[in-house]
Write a new protein. Structure first.
Length: 169
């Protein structure tokens, strides 16, 4: 799983989440974006995939703006990916919703307002936008009513279920 961080977020903020995904047996590659802005290297996944030619199944994931850029890459390279995972983001391009997992916190309504699909959508009750990473409160967003550990545990469970369902197809 290749992961694109959110805008202006230190890359290391996603290590706790990705370490939990790694413990599922999934290789995780966290992309360090220039100036912490995924739109400055939205094709980073192509370089990652080229660096690991023995890996046959790829998932691209991203948080917030990283999810938007992941969505665009997925659309342009759909034949190279098994699926797309969006955290606090929604499809920005014409990538198949059935191959997409969208996870958002119930206190991050800006995502729900843009969803025109319902397949593989997980709303985390009490979760917010920032707690997919470990970088503290985010200006302009509501505080979560659950811990970041709980939000991330629910996120990892949803990722596990999604990847398992895709592997069984």
């Amino acid at each position: 799983m290749i992961f694109y961080p959110g805008a202006k977020v230190e890359t290391i903020a996603y290590l706790p989440l990705l370490d939990q995904v790694r413990q599922l047996g999934i290789t995780c590659i966290l992309v360090d974006m220039p100036f912490h802005m995924a739109f400055l290297n939205s094709d980073a996944a192509a370089d990652v995939m080229a660096s690991f030619p023995k890996i046959e199944h790829w998932y691209l994931a991203g948080h917030s703006l990283g999810g938007a850029m992941a969505s665009t890459f997925a659309y342009e390279h759909s034949n190279q990916l098994d699926g797309l995972i969006l955290l606090g983001a929604y499809l920005y391009a014409d990538y198949p919703p059935e191959n997409t997992l969208t996870i958002y916190g119930s206190l991050n309504q800006s995502v729900e307002d843009h969803l025109d699909y319902t397949e593989n959508v997980v709303e985390i009750e009490g979760g917010n936008h920032a707690q997919f990473g470990n970088y503290g409160p985010q200006k302009g967003y509501l505080p979560a009513t659950i811990s970041s550990e709980e939000q991330q545990a629910q996120t990892v469970a949803a990722i596990k279920d999604f990847i398992s369902s895709k592997s069984n197809q």
